[in-house]
Design a protein around this ligand. Structure first.
Ligand code: NAD
Ligand code: TDX
Length: 332
């Protein structure tokens, strides 16, 4: 596998994967990205020009996608509309990109025989009770709650059907909540870090007790590369790092790391349909593919992430006013 096509590579996790692959392998990478509000060429700066190419385009453009598939050994598909709150205020682009876009890629994979890895989320499984001893596994039934997670669930099912019906060579991974550098400021952790930098109190939805299972984006990237290289065609792998934390715990760690009193945050109106808890059992990935996460110390990961946002204001400042204007409409 010498030549990778990465869709959505100008977004948060896709760009992390591109950096990871170019730093840790000899592969060449082409990024296909539409550069929506969530994509940034600044996230792809400093990559080796001889092994990296950027193509601006839409994953729903069948002729462009088929031409690119034919020219690459494998495709890793990150491109998506990714934010739950946006999917509640405007679901149309989620249906278009997440469903029609994935369908378009699958048809290209069918026509060209190119290997495909589809990136998905643990949100396809719905949510768990706060006191439920169980975690999600690869056999948990799908039960998505939001327009975002339902379109991701639908895209996973399309991939499974194209594997079974047409023999497309695809794998799927469903990962928990990512954090790290270059995440859009609409998302929970960078929103609160940049609010504190701006002297604004963090805002927690509802009672702040919802739980997310956090993983560093570099661990997600190493897991995806492992699945691409060693995963069995047709299989689904869950990716996680035992990082369960309530939103209150997370914001208190951020405040402490930023030298602000740990009670300096506000509770605001809840997200409609807000999932209570996500938790990933990643033992299949460990047992079958011998993968382990490297970033086990969440507080250290948050401290490094805070340092990145402090040092890279030029990267996030252009997004900030628009993201907060959207939240002002919903009272978040
Ligand atoms: P992001 O919103 O930061 O980036 C998405 C990228 O896709 C952007 O660069 C955007 O320009 C591009 N894009 C959107 N529509 C496109 C289209 N029609 N054609 C081409 N490019 C398009 O998202 P992210 O947080 O990096 O998430 C990436 C993937 O990982 C998504 O599939 C998401 O569902 C999945 N995922 C995210 C998380 C998380 O915690 N953020 C966790 C698990 C899975
Ligand atoms: O200001 C906020 N206050 C708050 O309490 C924001 C932006 C969020 N929250 C809460 C909602 C969630 O319980 O924090 C938690 C995390 O919120 P998001 O960053 O919006 O993430 P989430 O909805 O959990 O989804 C994320 O993880 C799974 C990604 O955005 C998805 O793309 C991924 O599939």
């Amino acid at each position: 596998m010498d030549n990778l096509l990465v869709t959505g590579g100008a977004g948060f996790i896709g760009s992390d994967f591109v950096h990871y692959v170019l730093e840790n392998t000899d592969m060449s990478v082409t990024v296909l990205d539409k550069l929506t509000y969530a994509g940034s060429l600044a996230s792809l700066e400093g990559l080796p020009a001889e092994r990296f190419r950027f193509v601006q385009g839409d994953i729903c453009d069948a002729s462009l996608v088929t031409e690119l598939f034919a020219a690459h050994d494998a495709v890793v598909h990150y491109a998506a509309e990714s934010h739950n709150d946006n999917s509640l205020s405007g679901p149309a682009p989620f249906v278009q990109t997440n469903l029609v876009g994935t369908f378009t890629l699958l048809e290209a994979a069918r026509a060209t025989g190119t290997r495909l890895h589809h990136i998905s989320t643990d949100e396809v499984y719905g949510d768990l009770e706060l006191d439920d001893p169980d975690r999600f596994t690869e056999s948990t039934p799908y039960n998505p709650s939001s327009p975002y997670s339902s379109t991701k669930a639908g895209s996973d099912l399309l991939v499974r059907a194209w594997v079974r019906s047409f023999g497309v060579a695809a794998t799927i991974s469903n990962c928990s909540n990512n954090y790290g550098p270059r995440q859009h400021v609409e998302k929970f952790i960078p929103r609160q870090i940049t609010n504190v930098i701006d002297g604004v109190r963090p805002r927690l939805y509802g009672d702040g007790r919802n739980v997310r299972d956090w993983i560093h984006a570099d661990d997600h990237s190493s897991a995806v590369l492992r699945i691409l290289e060693r995963g069995r065609i047709g299989e689904t792998y869950l990716i996680g790092a035992d990082g369960e934390k309530s939103n209150r715990d997370v914001v208190e760690i951020i405040l402490e790391e930023m030298g602000v009193p740990t009670d300096a945050y506000d509770l605001v109106v809840d997200r409609p349909g807000h999932d209570k808890r996500y938790a990933i059992d990643w033992s299949k990935l460990r047992d079958e593919l011998d993968w382990e996460p490297r970033y086990r110390d969440f507080r250290a990961g948050i401290a490094a992430t805070v340092a990145w946002y402090r040092a890279n204001e030029a990267w996030w400042r252009p997004q900030k006013a628009e993201a907060e204007a959207k939240y002002a409409v919903t009272g978040h």
